[in-house]
Every structure is written in C-alpha cells, then in structure tokens.
Design a protein around this ligand. Structure first.
Ligand code: IVH
Length: 705
C-alpha cells in the first residue's frame, strides 16, 4: 500500500491531524472486522503497522490523542474504589419463568395476551427470542458516538463506574459506526446521537476461561503466592469487571453482547426490538446471532427447544432464553409490574451448577487399579439429573480444590460430561474439617497403593489379586487376542465374580460343568461349550499368555517382543529392569511395570497355578532381535495380497525381527502393496521407498518363517 501520509518533520500539524483521524477510522473499521465480525480484511501485521503509526503520531503530538483512539483501551490508574453512577433510566431485571417445560413459554404468552386484552381469536403476538447470557449486565453510554462511561447494574438505580475496565474489551466499540438509514430503522435520524445508552451482558467464553485457569495453574505450580484458580466464567467475568486495576482487567479475556437500550437523546429509535438489534449490528456492536422473531407461544417453545439442544456446544454459558414482545409500542403499552417489565421473561433451562454438601470422600478402584477419590454428595438435581457422586480425579485435584468432608460445594454437570465439583465455599466449612489424603492401601484388597513419580494417579498394586480389578482382568485374559476363551463375556464374568465362584484367573480352569450349569440362565449345552472353550485355551502361545496377564504398559506388540527376546516366561519373570530394557521397544517405564508386577507374590502365584492347571505354550531360546534377518527394518502393508492375509504377513514379518507400522514415513524401509493399495502406496512413491509385491516379500522372509 503506498503510504502517502507518512509523517515527516516538516509536515504541517493539520496534515498530521488528518492522518491521525484517518488511522483511527481505519483501525475502528478493522478492529470491528476482527473482533466483532470475526472476518478480518487485512493481515494482523498490517493492523499492527497502522496501530504503531498512530501511536507514533500520538507520542509526538499528545494533543492529537482522543479518548476514542484505539491506542487508548488500557488507560487510567489503579483505583481506590469504584464510583457510584446514577442510571438515567433504571436498569431493571426480568421476571423468571422457572417452569423449564414448554408450559413456561405458553404461560408468558397467555399473560401478555391478557394484559393486551386480546380475545381468543385475535392474531398472535410477535416476539423476539434471544439467549439469556450468564454474565454481568452493563450500561454503555455513548455521547456523540463516543464511549464515555460504562456502569454495572448495581441495585438498578445506581451502579458502579467500570469504564476503565470495560474499555479493555476489544469487542466494545470506543466509537459507534454510523448505521445506514434503512426503512427498518425508521425515519432518518441525525448521526451521531447526542446520547445513546446500550445495554448488554459482559461474559467470559468457556475457552477463554479454561485458558485463564491453565495460566493460573502454571503460576501456582511455579510457586506464585496469592494466585488462585477461578470457579466459573460468570464469577470470573464479574470479578474482572469490578477490578480496580485496569491493567489486570485487560488480562482477563471478556466478551460482550448487546440486548437493550437505556437513555436515548437525538436518535429515532427503531419500531421493534428486532430492528433495534439490527441497528446495533450496523453500529458495530456485537449482537448474538442466535436470535429469532416469531409469532405466538409455539415459536417460543420451538426456540427454547432448539437452543436447549445447542446449549452445550455454545462457546459460552447460558442459563435460559429471553422472550420479548417485539413491538416497542406494545412494550410501552404493557409497561411494568413493580420492578419487572410485563413484556419480557427469562425462560430457564435446568441449572448446570448447584450447591450441595459433601457427605464423604470415598476411594474407588478402577479397572486398571487406578484409585479415584469420589465425593459422595447430598443428592442434588443438576443438569437435568440427580447427582450423588462427583469425581475428584486424583489426590492432586482433590487437594487443589481442597474439597473436605462437610464442605458446601458447587457441583456442575453439563451435557453428558460426568458431574464435577468446581469449587468449595470456604466460608461454609465446618470447624475441624480435615484435608483429604489418599489411602496408603487399596480399599478393596489391602495391597499397597503407590503413585509413580511424574504421575498424578495412585494405583492399587494388587493386580490380579484385587477383586475390583478382577472382572476386567478376566475379560482381558479371555479376549480373542489373548487366551481366546469363547463365550466368557461380560454377563458371565459378572455372575462368576459377584457369586464368588471365580476369585483368580486359575479359578476359571477349576470350573466344572455342574458349577457353570448352576448359574442363572445357563443351559447345560452352553455350560459344556464354556468348559470346551476353557480346555481349548490351555494350548496357547507365550505372547498371548503374557499379554493376557494384563500387565500395565504391556500390549500385544510388547508381549511379542518380550517373548521373542527372552524365549521363556521364567526368564522374563526373573529379569532385572536393566535386562528388560534390552528387549526392543522396552523403556524404563515398561520395564519397571513388568518388574513391579512380578515382584508381587500374588501375581507369581497366579502364574504358577495357571501352569499347574495345564496351560502351556512352546518355549524357545532367547532370540535377541539384532540377530534376526529383518531386524531394524520397518514395513508398511497396504492393499490385499494374493495369498497371505494382513495378519499372517504381519506375524511372519515380526517373527523375522521386522517392525510393522501403520503409516508411511521417511523411516519406512519397505511398503508391501497388494490389490487396491491406496494413499500409502502414493506416499511411498513420493518418498522414494521400495515397494514390494507379495513375491518380493516372501523372498525376504526366512523359508521356515
Ligand atoms: S433484557 C428490562 N436480555 O438477565 C429487561 N437481559 O434479570 C432487561 N440477561 O440483568 C434485561 N441475557 O443481566 C435481557 N438477552 C437478554 C439477557 C438479559 C442476559 C441478564 C441481564 C439481566 C438479567 C435479567
């Protein structure tokens, strides 16, 4: 862009002033595109350049600095307190319809019709429906188009002056844009109006809230004193608006939506609420896109349902919707009932946050032995269901939130997300409430509970001995890729464990036909099938058996590597951490996990008993991978091969020491392509990787593969 206005020392002040005004207008325009419309026209760097040019002019000529200059968002001193502001037009609140069913909307329509003396046959009333934002109501006073004051609602008559902080919200224009004169906006009106007060809600987006809390957690972790995490977006927004230090407020990312008018002088107000919102949009004010106009109660019912379904995916919290009679003339006719307008109502959704008390903190044992502290709550209806439990995740989280038995807590349940304790009300804490500490032993089996370095979770070390882990362990052991015991599914395992018929893995092989047939809904034929399946599973392979034990971090491929590297089970059971780490792809975490597992006497006992029950597999000589023909080579399989299945090809490659990967990269040694090979083949060609067909693959494999 040619820069015709670059300032030079000999430029007359009038030219500089013109350029400053031009820059302000440009920056207002582009800030509106960026912050309000989310549709920038110029790159950020160009905006920054314009901004810096204006800053330079203002530094050289402070007299050209205006209050609406985009450089003047964060200004002012730390205050001793907020000053009172008397509202020219009182800021009222709205009546709340707490019946969250469609009847809430119908009841409002009926009241409006009655107040307007509309007969049954009379045409429906037109309404504007919008969201009820969960934030803080603010009055923005624009004089001659420039923001001069922002105030909180306070008691409705008198609020507090929060201008300094509100100026830091980029979405709020410091100067209003001139709206075009359209029919919908009513008669042509002079611009800018002498006074135009815009009312709306300051709120915090959920992602901004999460990011803010993440920064707080980092500060706390780094040892910062006096920092805390915030409870919810609403309270955080309210706190930020009332901050005494504007620089601090600027660090709390706030947003704004306009929804109403205060005092107006010198502007022809549009005839309807909908047209007023359109005028706000034209002035550069943010107005929420989720709004509609509709006739009669059923339009409101539909909007309530539609927004209810959308609620959890909105980027901010709402606690309901608001219905307003659309015609401002009818609004005036309806007037007020004590403090609330008869022409508007808030129709709520079930609350997503409620207060309740913590009755106890229990520790539950998860499927992999993870110990989870769970707050047992006095039953509370939140997010549409009765909640009695909320997870505290782990000891760190429980301590961070400092949840104690007897505490009054805020419980949140949004959508399908599991209920959560978001915060504690410390002032309601009973005397003597104790800090939560994690158990030292598993509450179910009494084994030691340990937390490994660098991990947040405690785990029960009981492994297969712990009954809480037993069901999962049995299912894992029986699955197709492990011992492949057909018919041993969820329902049977539940019955066997709950009835204490099976306590350990070896107990499975002690099941007789009669004890199985005695179970609920178990026909003799099915019982026989299970007995046969158990018998069949006894002949297995070392990798399947190892994988089936369910050792943490030992998946199928690690089990294969271990079996190949060590050859025999006893060699694995007796290997030191260092020796285990010599196996391919076994690092310190995996090695330690294997060692911990076999250090438990219970686990060794289980292995011995399984062998005694007749489980067997071929054992071999240790075959360190380095000696295998395809050691160090990575293959990727794609498409259908003429004779080998994908599984077979994989097994034979692995047996020869190769790794089989799922995607092609520079590290891939060969791609084996069959019929209908897709993008992996293209990628291989692109990277210049050797492509083999099945014959080429077989030529690389050892003959006895
Ligand atoms: S209209 C006279 N519209 O809810 C009517 N209020 O008690 C003035 N609120 O204090 C309010 N979203 O903070 C209106 N779309 C919306 C709203 C809304 C949230 C808040 C506002 C007000 C409270 C109602």
């Amino acid at each position: 862009m040619p820069d015709l206005f670059s300032q030079s020392a000999d430029q007359p002040l009038s030219a500089v002033a013109t350029r400053a005004a031009e820059l302000r207008a440009l920056l207002h325009h582009h800030a509106h595109r960026y912050y309000v419309l989310d549709a920038p026209e110029i790159p950020d760097a160009e905006y920054d350049r314009l901004f810096q040019e204006l800053q330079a002019i203002e530094a050289a000529h402070p007299e050209l600095r205006t209050p609406d200059s985009p450089t003047q968002r964060v200004i002012g001193q730390v205050l001793d307190g907020l000053l009172p502001v008397r509202h020219a037009v009182p800021m009222l609140s709205i009546d709340t319809e707490t019946d969250t069913t469609p009847e809430g909307a119908r009841a409002f329509d009926a009241r409006v019709r009655k107040a307007l003396s509309l007969e049954d046959g009379a045409p429906p009333v037109e309404y504007a429906a919008e969201l009820k934002f969960d934030g803080l109501a603010i009055n923005l006073r624009y004089e001659h188009g420039v923001l001069v004051q922002a105030a909180t609602r306070g008691d409705g008559e008198t609020g507090e002056d929060v201008t300094q902080n509100i100026r830091t919200i980029n979405q709020i224009p410091l100067r209003l844009l001139a709206p075009p004169h359209t029919a919908a906006l009513g008669e042509a009106s002079p611009w800018p109006p002498e006074v135009l007060e815009v009312r709306g809600e300051v709120y915090m987006r959920r992602d901004d809230f999460e990011a803010l809390n993440e920064r707080q957690r980092e500060k706390i972790a780094a040892g910062a004193k006096g920092e805390k995490t915030f409870i919810n977006p609403r309270n955080t927004a309210a706190g930020a608006v009332r901050q005494l230090d504007p620089a601090m407020a600027a660090q709390r990312p706030l947003s704004f939506y306009a929804y109403g008018l205060g005092e107006v002088r010198g502007w022809a107000v549009p005839p309807t609420h909908g047209a007023l919102m359109d005028a706000f949009v034209a002035m550069g004010l943010p107005v929420c896109e989720h709004r509609t106009l509709g006739e009669g109660a059923e339009a409101l019912v539909a909007f309530h349902a539609r927004m209810g379904a959308l609620r959890d995916s909105l980027p901010f919290d709402i606690d309901g919707v608001v219905y307003k009679v659309n015609s401002l003339a009818l609004q005036q006719q309806l007037g007020f009932k004590s403090r609330e307008p008869r022409w508007a109502v808030a129709h709520k959704y079930p609350a997503q946050e409620m207060l309740t008390t913590v009755l106890a903190i229990e520790v539950q044992v998860g499927r992999t032995g993870k110990l989870t502290p769970v707050a047992k709550l006095a039953p509370v209806f939140v997010g549409g269901v009765t909640v009695t439990n909320a997870t505290l995740h782990n000891e760190f989280e429980a301590r961070r939130k400092d949840v104690r038995v007897g505490d009054t807590v805020i419980v949140r349940r949004a959508g399908d997300v599991i209920p959560e304790v978001v915060g504690v009300l410390p002032e309601k804490r009973p005397a003597g409430a104790e800090v939560f500490t994690m158990l030292t032993h598993c509450p179910v089996c009494g084994s030691a509970a340990v937390r490994e370095e660098g991990e947040a979770d405690h785990r029960c070390t009981g492994g297969l001995f712990c009954s809480a882990q037993r069901k999962q362990a049995l299912l894992h052991f029986a699955q197709r890729r492990a011992l492949d015991i057909e018919g041993l599914g969820d329902k049977l395992v539940d019955q066997l464990v709950d009835g204490e018929v099976v306590k350990t893995l070896p107990d499975l092989y002690r099941l007789g036909l009669s004890s199985l047939a005695a179970l609920d809904r178990m026909a003799e034929k099915s019982a026989q099938n299970i007995v046969d399946a158990l018998q069949k599973s006894k002949q297995t392979t070392l990798p399947r058996f190892l994988y089936g034990l369910g050792i943490r971090h030992v998946g199928e491929s690690t089990a294969k590597d271990l079996a190949r590297h060590f050859g025999r089970l006893d060699a694995i059971m007796d290997a030191s951490v260092e020796q285990l780490m010599e196996a391919p792809d076994v690092g310190p975490v995996v090695a330690q996990s294997i060692r911990t597992f076999f250090d438990q006497a219970h686990n060794r006992e289980v292995v011995e008993q399984l062998r005694a029950c007749g489980l067997q597999w071929a054992e071999g000589e240790p075959a360190p991978r380095a000696l295998l023909p395809l050691a160090g080579q990575t293959f990727v399989l794609t498409g259908t091969l003429p004779t080998l299945s994908r599984e077979e090809a994989k097994e034979r490659l692995e047996a020869a020491g190769a790794k089989v990967a799922g995607s092609v990269s520079k590290k891939t040694s060969y791609v084996v392509a069959g019929e209908e090979a897709g993008s992996k083949l293209d990628k291989a060609r692109e990277l210049g990787i050797t492509v083999l067909d099945e014959a080429g693959l077989l030529a690389l494999l050892p003959v006895d593969g």
